[in-house]
Design a binder for this molecule. Structure first.
Ligand code: ADP
Ligand code: MG
Length: 450
């Protein structure tokens, strides 16, 4: 019965914005009106406060503006030839781009069906985005390094406050899975996540450059070469070593495994001591490419975790069985335009039922209860796995590792594919354009599939 009521309400009040208008036109404050409507479904604050509704007009200006996608090369160019004038130009670009990109996502949230938008998790994201939008667009035009310092403080605060966005979106989706068509959910999550990556890239790059500028501030107005002897320009590595990425991620996964199954590990104490497979690396080991390390590390770490977990559960080897599980082989290939990573395991492959939902954000068979994967997007690669004492699966149970990795792989024009031989093992392929000249895969205004 409750579902029927929700569906009829959904038909009657198709979008959050319209619901807001309707309630206001009836002279009902959104808060009380909404309480009537939501009847125990959500526990958050008002979805469309009257203040938000009227101020929504400010959005319109930004909604008519398209986003201007950038490439990694452009980020490097600005950073390498940094001077005061360029830093300030970058600040104003970041300011207007972040406001525009936020505005488009705020509109997406407003056009969700009312019953979905009223969910407390989506409301939290909405409120965060709204407040970030207000602060960014109201920030006066940046004219000096001193103005820029204030702008950097704002960016830093926003980056911190928005760490909760992915868990909130994921929880929101898991609670609203019955109220949105599956295709809609996938597109919504893709667009939200791509946009979030894009805003963080802009903010983090600008913060890094501003920090560099503060430390090596030139006396003259001339450009100064920031990259002399440096590995990165801000957050972007011009020659990131593919082998270093694999080594770092292998180290983290090995550590995670030791913490759980090693001598004093959590699971070892429960007599679940297991032998970990060796992660081998071969191929074009001197390959380097232009990239943001965190983006590729996220993907490789997730793939290695999956491979190790599958291998260890198929080959139950411990010291007493005197057998070692088969190696996981990581191969790097450098083609003229791309770098390709292949991760091969003999962990038994993936069955057809799992394959079908592999890339989906909304998976009714797998409501996740922990956020090991999603918190990593906050930029704390590896840490959280050690932080939370895992209850049953140290390698993740969110089911979001692969869909999120795909969003990352596609962000700068690459892709991620899995080939499984059910009963034997899996090969994962990540292809990344090497030269950093592909524009970011960010969406502007068009989004919701109705
Ligand atoms: P999670 O690891 O949180 O379960 P993922 O998106 O990383 O989520 O993986 C989804 C599911 O796909 C896993 O639970 C597992 O069943 C299957 N899977 C992924 N990679 C492999 C692999 N290399 N071998 C076997 N199964 C895999
Ligand atoms: Mg996983």
């Amino acid at each position: 019965l409750r579902q029927k009521v929700f569906h009829s309400l959904q038909d009657a009040l198709p979008t959050a914005t319209e619901a807001g208008k309707l309630l206001l036109s009836r002279g009902v404050t959104t808060e009380s009106g909404e309480q009537d409507i939501r009847q125990g479904k959500t526990n958050g604050g008002p979805l469309v406060s009257d203040q938000h509704f009227y101020e929504s007009r400010v959005l319109d200006k930004y909604l008519t503006t398209s986003v201007s996608p950038i490439t990694l090369r452009q980020l490097i160019f600005v950073g390498r030839n940094l001077n005061e004038e360029r830093l300030i130009k970058s600040a104003n670009y970041v300011r207007s781009e972040i406001a525009t990109r936020l505005a488009h996502r705020i509109r997406d949230l407003q056009t969700l069906p009312f019953i979905v938008g009223a969910n407390s998790h989506f409301q939290q994201v909405y409120d965060l985005y709204w407040s970030a939008f207000q602060l960014t667009h109201k920030f006066p035009r940046i004219k000096s390094v001193c103005d820029n310092d204030g702008f950097c403080r704002l960016l830093q605060t926003m980056l911190g406050e928005h760490l909760v966005v992915i868990p909130q979106l994921a929880l929101g989706i898991s609670e609203c899975i019955d109220f949105l068509p599956p295709a809609h959910i996938e597109r919504f999550m893709n667009v939200m996540l791509r946009s979030r990556i894009s805003r963080r890239v802009l903010a983090e790059q600008h913060l890094a450059l501003s920090n560099d500028f503060r430390h090596i501030r030139p006396d003259s107005q001339n450009a100064f070469p920031l990259d002399r002897g440096r590995q990165s320009i801000g957050t972007v590595f011009e020659r990131l070593k593919a082998a270093d990425v694999v080594h770092k991620c292998s180290r983290l996964v090995t550590q995670l495994t030791r913490d759980n199954y090693g001598e004093d590990g959590l699971y070892a104490l429960r007599d679940l001591k297991k032998e970990m497979p060796t992660i081998r690396l071969e191929g074009h080991l001197d390959t380097s490419f232009t990239y943001i390390p965190e983006h590729i590390e996220f993907i490789i770490y997730e793939l290695l975790k999956n491979a190790v977990r599958a291998t260890m559960s198929k080959h139950q080897c411990s010291k007493t069985t005197r057998a070692s599980p088969p190696d996981i082989v990581t191969t790097i290939c450098s083609s003229p335009e791309d770098v390709i990573f292949r991760i091969s395991d003999q962990g038994g492959g993936i069955n057809t039922a799992t394959l079908e939902s592999l890339w989906k954000f909304a998976n009714p068979n797998k409501p996740f209860d922990r956020f090991t994967t999603v918190t990593k997007l906050a930029g704390r690669l590896g840490e959280e796995d050690r932080e939370c004492a895992p209850s049953h699966d140290p390698y993740g149970t969110s089911g979001l590792g692969l869909p999120l990795s795909k969003v990352y792989a596609e962000y700068w024009g690459g892709n991620l594919k899995l080939y499984s031989m059910d009963g034997y093992g899996t090969d994962a392929y990540v292809r990344i354009p090497k030269l950093g000249n592909v524009a970011e895969n960010v969406v502007g205004r068009e989004m919701i599939v109705n």
